[in-house]
Design a protein around this ligand. Structure first.
Ligand code: CU
Length: 166
C-alpha cells in the first residue's frame, strides 16, 4: 500500500511539473524555458523564458550552458537603433531586479544557442544549466515549440538571428 501511494504521488508530481514547466531556485522562479524548431541550415537557436525574482535583492542571470546542443550559449538583446533592429551580446548578463519579472522573448532579451550541434525539432527538449550571480546554478529543460512564424522569409528579425551565427 505504501509503495502504491508513493508511486501515485510521484506520478502526480511529474504530471504537474510537466504541465506547469517551471523551476524554482531560492527566490527565483523560472517559468517555461522554451526554444523554437530551427529551419534547415539555421546555425543558431533562440531561448525564451520568464524569470521572476520574489526576493528583496536583485540577482543576475550570468551564463547558460547546454553542452548537448551548443558549446557557446550567449545572452542577447534585440533593440531598435536608428530604425534598424539590432542584436547585441550582453557580456554582463541580464539583471533580475528584486520583485520584478523579466521576460526573455523574441524581439527582446533572449538566449542564443550558437552553432547548434543538431537541428531543434518541435516537441523535443534539451537540458541547460542557468547560472545566477547570487542564487547559483539550476538545471532546466527547454521545450522546443513550432518554428518562428514567418522565419526564413527575410523579415528583419529572422534575418538578424540567422545572420550572426558565424
Ligand atoms: Cu540573438
Amino acid at each position: 500500500m505504501k509503495r502504491i501511494l508513493a508511486s501515485f504521488v510521484a506520478l502526480a508530481l511529474s504530471a504537474s511539473a510537466a504541465f506547469a514547466h517551471d523551476f524554482t531556485l531560492g527566490s527565483l522562479e523560472i517559468d517555461h524555458p522554451a526554444s523554437r524548431a530551427t529551419l534547415p541550415g539555421q546555425p543558431v537557436g533562440g531561448g525564451f523564458m520568464t524569470i521572476t525574482n520574489k526576493g528583496t535583492e536583485a540577482d543576475r542571470l550570468v551564463s547558460i550552458t547546454a553542452p548537448d546542443v551548443s558549446d557557446d550559449v550567449q545572452l542577447h538583446e534585440m533593440a531598435v537603433e536608428n530604425d534598424v533592429m539590432k542584436m547585441r551580446q550582453l557580456p554582463d548578463g541580464i539583471e533580475i531586479p528584486a520583485g520584478a519579472t523579466v521576460e526573455l522573448k523574441s524581439g527582446g532579451l533572449h538566449v542564443m544557442f550558437m552553432r547548434i550541434k543538431h537541428p531543434f525539432k518541435e516537441g523535443e527538449k534539451f537540458k541547460a544549466t542557468l547560472t545566477f550571480e547570487k542564487a547559483g546554478a539550476i538545471d532546466v529543460d527547454f521545450t522546443i515549440g513550432a518554428a518562428r512564424p514567418g522565419a526564413g522569409q527575410g523579415n528583419g528579425a529572422a534575418a538578424g538571428h540567422g545572420g550572426h551565427g558565424g
